[in-house]
Design a protein. Structure first.
Length: 208
């Protein structure tokens, strides 16, 4: 495989990008000047060096120094420590935050589980999630009173929500927080990343 096709293959692995779009990306870059390519690659490297994965919620955040392990959301004492929202991806987190309707904590699963997949632990951070909830319920001064499953209303999203709900129920048998899901406002098949702020607010207010 030559370099052009290898680059096409890399772009085709991006979320929502197919082979035709990947090819367009490659030829778009090939038609840019050398200085533009350098600016692009330098910026990618700069962003990579300036970001970290939060040890608590697993979202990618811009750190102030390389020693930062926890993001500003998780360390903000003004946020509601009694509520945990579970989302699939960083882009979903950003959509929720933009709505301004939620002031609790988060956990980023890292994806969803396809319906026919038999090994959900390889697709999402299920083990890390259960560890965080178990530790919180046993040692935290602010144990979770509610866990919100904010996942896409697609088949994979609903399948993932079912897996996560069952797993949480098994580890919180002695002290069970309320497990809720987003309510009316999200149509079937909706992806949180593309939902407007008012719809997200409605879904949060009507969670059940």
């Amino acid at each position: 495989m030559d370099s052009i096709h290898r680059l096409e293959e890399i772009f085709s692995h991006f979320p929502g990008i197919g082979p035709r779009q990947a090819k367009r990306f490659v030829y778009y870059l090939l038609n840019k000047s050398q200085s533009s390519i350098k600016e692009f690659t330098d910026l990618v490297n700069e962003v990579k060096k300036a970001t970290s994965e939060c040890a608590s919620c697993h979202r990618i955040f811009m750190h102030k120094n390389t020693g930062d392990k926890t993001c500003s959301i998780c360390t903000d004492v003004n946020r509601d420590q009694f509520i945990l929202m579970i989302v699939a991806r960083d882009s979903d987190f950003e959509s929720i935050e933009r709505s301004g309707a939620y002031k609790g904590l988060y956990f980023i699963l890292g994806g969803t589980v396809p319906i026919l997949d038999k090994e959900p632990e390889k697709r999402i951070r299920l083990k890390s999630l259960l560890e965080r909830i178990s530790n919180n319920m046993s040692t935290a001064t602010s144990p979770f009173k509610e866990i919100i499953l904010s996942l896409n209303t697609t088949p994979d999203g609903e399948h993932t929500a079912s897996i996560v709900h069952d797993a949480i129920s098994r580890v919180t048998t002695t002290s069970s927080p309320k497990i809720s899901i987003l309510g009316r406002g999200l149509s079937t098949g909706a992806e949180l990343e593309y939902v407007d702020a008012d719809t997200i607010k409605s879904a949060l207010q009507n969670r059940h």
